[in-house]
Design a protein around this ligand. Structure first.
Ligand code: GLA
Length: 693
């Protein structure tokens, strides 16, 4: 006798079938099922098309083991010197509470235990899936692959939206049709990577921006990862996500356990936007804010693209004065402040203020910033070392390396071996000393290269343990400096994931601040992460990474989608642009409570992109024209997020626009026919405010 076991969310349910002995099976993940479901379809007993099949074939296991009648990808691949390679539980223990299910699978022959915990959040419909493997034998167990999660996709799921990219071009949206070949994405960069985001959204033919079924997942991990979607014999597909292990990387001693990082997954009935909303709501609960709650996201000034390495105390004090006059609320001193750091060829590792640029240390500048009413923040890149540094000269063995192999430089730097406790202690002590007496509110924590030949002192692969040691170091800083917010940056968006999210407060989405490029980068970011965590800055008129120029209003309006900042030499702005930037900063402050609410986005034909933020009660809508129009009349923009039953007072607003009277428009009209949009030149924006009338 089998027993269906259900977990219900707000709009979704999942069902598992177990007979208490054999591998539990995946029955269902999709729209919410009503009723108690005492009797399920009993998949294990269903007939099948015979002919060259096992007499007892195995339908879709919740967590397939190798070799015991399952011909698809295994969720666990492990062995003891080539033996004990098969896995099939002969004992299954299930424990269920209202929203979670704990399943313990034991294989008494392989002497391997698995513990799976599935928790479906009833408020957000986000499923948390965790897996742990235990070596129950008295010999070591070599683990090659342990899926963090196995997710079932129904036969109608036919395409997957995912993200490729590179430095300064993150979140390049891709879409593949799912066929019978396995769809596979793998990242071996050692960090989350710019190239391969550890998640995706699977859609059905009916999926649109705001409607239709989607299935999405993301791995909460900041290192190597792998995800695969495999077609199964019944037309469904299994989706596995997990840490990509290097050869020999994971060896479990007798009695030892290994917990894989969590997967967050969600099924939505409201298309891409519903998927984003579920993730945003769930992830917001995971950010731990100094003081217990998020305060309105302060306007940043970041010195990087305005100053680069060219620091001196007097001009930075002058910059701070200008910033304060514009209404900026947080001044972040980027790269270039520490010992002999004049360019990117030296000094990483030597974390004390440059005696030439800051003869009095950083304190006078930081005090000045605070006296002007702003918070003070500082850039660091703890995990890195330049060969030209005092640190490397003293401890060349502290870099990750493999004996006899060349050490490959990237941006002239190497990666420190954080698995060596002495390295973590050095970084904590040295950086801690540099910031201890500063009135510091913020750290921008960077990581500007990939990991190559990442061997520890014993020559073993350190990739996975490096990520864990990074998390531990971050947590050590958080504990020692509880009032400090932290930004995750890795050459822009190389370390954006749900694993680091619970330890930081902001992501630098990309080193590319070109507003056109940012529209798509930010759209990708917002598919998974909430807007208040997305660092988005107004850059110089000519974007440093692309060479394109855009008007200030367009750049600022794109920066308004996230946590707003300024990253240009504000001293070089003419009077007109200075005034406009001041107005945009005031605009962002007026509206950040809506900007950091729910968000919706999409595009119209003829070169328009839109972004809405707030709630159905009150919202802001940005309509961006990215290319010149080819039409005489602009298309209307249907707003699916408004309440069809309500009337709305809609006003065109924006910095520099006088007060206008609102127009009353029926929600049903906005929802179906759409909001008329104005003709505009390219790289212009129209902003609307809507409120329930
Ligand atoms: C990386 C970051 C930039 C800046 C530089 C400093 O590229 O993404 O924002 O901090 O490093 O070197």
């Amino acid at each position: 006798m089998t027993r269906p076991i259900a977990l219900h969310g707000k709009q979704t349910s999942l069902l598992i079938e177990s007979d208490g002995t054999n591998a539990p099976l995946w029955l269902y993940w999709g729209p919410r099922l009503a009723g108690a479901l005492e009797s399920g379809p009993d998949l294990a007993a269903q007939p099948w098309a015979r002919g060259f099949t096992l007499d007892q074939p195995l339908r879709f296991p919740l967590f397939a083991g190798y070799g015991m009648g399952w011909f698809g990808r295994s969720a666990i691949e492990a062995h003891r010197d080539g033996r004990d390679f098969a896995f099939a539980p002969d004992r299954v223990d299930l424990a269920q509470d209202a929203h979670a299910l704990t399943i313990v699978l034991d294989d008494s022959i392989a002497q391997i235990g698995l513990r799976l915990v599935l928790a479906l959040d009833p408020h957000t419909d986000v499923l948390s899936f965790r897996s742990t493997v235990t070596n129950r034998a008295n010999r070591p167990l070599q683990v090659q692959w342990l899926a963090s999660a196995v997710l079932p996709l129904p036969p109608q799921a036919d395409r997957v939206r995912y993200y490729a990219g590179r430095h300064a071009s993150e979140f390049e949206e891709q879409e593949d049709r799912l066929g019978k070949a396995t769809w596979l994405r793998e990242n071996r960069h050692g960090i989350t990577s710019h190239d391969c985001f550890p998640g995706a959204v699977v859609a059905t033919p009916a999926t649109t921006e705001s409607g239709g079924l989607t299935f999405a997942a993301q791995l909460a991990w900041s290192g190597n990862h792998c995800q695969a979607i495999e077609w199964l014999d019944d037309g469904r597909r299994q989706w596995q996500l997990g840490v990509a292990l290097s050869p020999g990387e994971l060896q479990l001693a007798p009695g030892a356990s290994h917990e894989a990082p969590e997967v967050l997954a969600t099924c939505s009935l409201r298309g891409w936007q519903g998927t984003a909303r579920n993730f945003h709501q769930a992830l917001r609960q995971r950010v731990t804010w100094p003081g217990g709650a998020m305060k309105p996201r302060p306007v940043h000034l970041n010195t990087w693209e305005g100053c680069y390495f060219d620091h001196d105390e007097a001009s930075l004090i002058e910059l701070a004065d200008r910033a304060a006059a514009l209404g900026i609320e947080r001044f972040v001193l980027d790269d270039g402040w520490f010992h002999r750091r004049d360019d990117d060829t030296s000094s990483l590792g030597d974390w004390w203020p440059d005696e030439r640029k800051y003869p009095r240390g950083l304190r006078p500048l930081a005090d000045h910033v605070v006296a002007r009413g702003m918070e003070f923040g500082l850039w660091i890149e703890p995990e890195m070392v330049n060969p030209d540094s005092d640190l490397f000269r003293a401890h060349p063995d502290w870099a990750l390396q493999l004996a006899g192999r060349p050490q490959q430089l990237s941006r002239n730097q190497l990666v420190l071996d954080l698995t060596n406790p002495a390295v973590g202690d050095y970084l904590f002590d040295t950086i801690g000393r540099a910031i201890a007496d500063l009135p510091l509110s913020y750290l921008k924590w960077d990581h500007n290269r990939d990991l190559v030949a990442a061997g520890d002192a014993s020559g073993r692969p350190a990739y996975r343990r490096q990520v864990l040691a990074f998390y531990a170091l971050l947590e050590r800083f958080r504990a020692a400096f509880p009032g400090v917010e932290i930004e995750s940056c890795a050459g822009g968006g190389g370390r954006i994931d749900a694993g680091v999210l619970s330890r930081v407060h902001r992501f630098w989405a990309s080193d590319c601040i070109d507003a056109q490029s940012r529209l798509s980068i930010q759209r990708g970011f917002l598919q998974f992460f909430p807007p208040e965590l997305m660092g988005s800055h107004v850059g110089a008129q000519m974007a440093h990474t692309t060479g394109r120029s855009q008007p200030l209003d367009f750049r600022a309006a794109v920066a308004c989608q996230g946590h707003f900042g300024v990253e240009l030499d504000i001293g070089k702005l003419d009077q007109d642009d200075t005034g406009r930037l001041r107005d945009w900063i005031a605009f962002y402050k007026d509206w950040r409570h809506l900007l950091h609410g729910d968000v919706w986005n999409g595009s119209l034909p003829d070169g328009q992109v839109w972004h809405g933020a707030g709630s159905a009660d009150e919202w802001l809508l940005f309509v961006y024209r990215t290319a010149p129009t080819t039409q005489r009349y602009m298309p209307d923009l249907p707003l699916r997020f408004v309440d069809e039953a309500a009337d709305y007072a809609v006003t065109r607003i924006g910095p520099g626009r006088g007060k206008a009277d609102p127009t009353r428009i029926a929600g049903t009209w906005l929802h179906h026919a759409g909001l008329p949009t104005p003709p505009m030149k390219a790289e212009r924006v129209a902003i609307f405010h809507g409120r329930r009338a």
